[in-house]
Design a protein around this ligand. Structure first.
Ligand code: AMP
Ligand code: GLY
Length: 421
């Protein structure tokens, strides 16, 4: 099988690594890829926003399956354009990607299908939104409606913070994404990430993971794209997984099919485990990053069997096999992230660390001759595997200790909730 993978993050290096282990693979291209994918696949300098160019490449390279990693091309309809040209695509249509592309869309689906989620109201103007938060009081959550690279959400502890977040949104801080604002009840509990691969009808659940969104130890400081993750997450007991599937995943898949816009690809439910049970915080329509890195570290069976079955409608009976034990990934980021940071700094010692119990997935890196350089905010995903969370954590941090990158940093406590359980 000839495969094109779209994206350039740690998620895509992990997917590329899993795909290259498939017996069904003939050739893998990654567009645009990074300094990690170029060692195991062919990076292609395609502008993925130019759908016609992607289609032309797929014809020329005789691509059998396109795997779309990130949300931006999905929300822009790349899967539709590729399917219209006759290609098989892992990832949802533009209409189904609205589950990530619009928080108001998802809230409406929750109302229609009874998915438990935070109470909310929607606003398109500042004054009524200010009146509403003053009525509700803090804590309260303010969200720009559209895609804002994880930065459009404010969990406001005080009324003043809530008002400032509303003023930011309506003064254009998130561009068009902030023209509409969703204001939500603040949910209390532990968060978990649940992943369901679907072909529009059938559902395969993957192990539940837990992410660490805050930049600082002890889950403090500003939100990021994710500073580390592990799976399976003990907070998701078999009962909670079954309940989340029945109350959240199945109604969403059935609801999208009933609307005539079936969802295929991977549906990522961000959950809050409250005293009243699991509630949906948000859907994403792609693998989590860095959650994907730990899932790929655990996957034993052929990833192309899963991705292709989702893409072509044959998911019934597909049962991926997982290693026993735990995978845990530590994100190494450039100092300053999620604020401003330097690019181009040299990283030493990151090659040659891969083994059965550790793997370095690259995110924002590039190769400059024999030199590896940082090329983004989140740069490396140092992933450990072990029989327990503590062992996976020790293996990951042992590998971190061998990487020499003075301009980088990482959290030292990834996995703390599971270790303390
Ligand atoms: P989102 O981009 O919607 O995932 O939100 C980013 C983060 O904000 C989530 O991972 C939560 O930590 C937090 N968050 C979002 N919505 C809520 C909510 N209704 N209650 C509490 N925390 C929330
Ligand atoms: N790690 C969270 C996300 O990918 O959105």
């Amino acid at each position: 099988m000839r495969v094109l993978l779209i994206g350039s993050g740690g998620r895509e290096h992990a997917l590329a690594w899993a795909i290259t282990r498939s017996k069904r693979l003939e050739k893998l291209f990654v567009a645009p890829g990074n300094g990690g994918t170029e060692r195991i696949a062919e990076n292609v300098a395609l502008d993925v926003a130019d759908h016609a160019a992607v289609v032309a490449f797929c014809h020329k390279a005789r691509i059998d399956l396109v795997v779309v990693g990130p949300e931006i091309p999905l929300v822009a309809g790349i899967a539709d354009d590729l399917r219209a040209a006759g290609f098989v695509v892992f990832g949802p249509s533009k209409a189904a990607a609205q589950l990530e592309g619009s928080k108001a869309f998802t809230k409406a689906l929750c109302d229609e299908t009874g998915i438990p989620t935070a109470a909310y109201a929607r606003f398109t103007a500042l004054d009524p939104a200010l009146d509403y938060v003053r009525q509700q009081g803090a804590p309260i959550v303010i969200k720009a409606d559209g895609l804002a690279a994880g930065k459009g959400v404010t969990v406001a502890e005080t009324l003043a913070d809530a008002e400032a977040a509303l003023r930011d949104c309506f003064s254009g801080a998130f561009g068009a994404a902030g023209a509409e604002v969703v204001i939500e009840e603040c949910l209390v509990g532990e968060e978990a990430s649940l992943f369901a691969v679907s072909d529009g009808e059938h559902i395969v659940l993957l192990p539940a993971a837990q992410d660490h969104k805050r930049v600082g130890g002890g889950d403090t400081g500003p939100n990021t794209g994710g500073m580390g993750a592990y799976a399976p997450a003990p907070v998701m007991t078999p009962e909670l997984v079954a309940r989340s599937k029945k109350e959240i995943i199945e109604p969403a898949i059935r609801g999208m099919a009933a609307r005539g816009t079936p969802f295929s690809g991977v549906l990522f439910a961000g959950l809050m485990i409250t005293d009243a049970g699991p509630k949906l915080i948000e859907f994403n329509t792609r693998f989590g990053d860095p959650e994907c890195q730990v899932l790929m570290m655990l996957l034993e069976s052929d990833v192309l069997d899963l991705l292709e079955a989702s893409a072509s409608g044959g998911l019934a009976g597909v049962e991926p096999k997982w290693r026993d034990g735990v995978a845990l990934t530590v994100v190494m980021a450039a100092k300053g992230y999620p604020g401003s940071y330097l690019k181009g700094t040299e990283i030493r010692g990151a090659d040659g660390l891969d083994s059965d119990t550790a793997h370095i997935f690259h995110a924002g890196t590039l190769r400059d001759g024999d030199t590896l350089r940082a090329n983004g905010g989140r740069v490396l995903n140092v992933t450990g595997y072990g029989a327990s969370v503590a062992e996976a954590q020790a293996n990951a941090y042992a590998a971190v200790g061998r990487i020499d990158w003075p301009e980088g940093f990482c959290r030292r406590d990834i996995g703390w909730r599971a270790v303390s359980r």
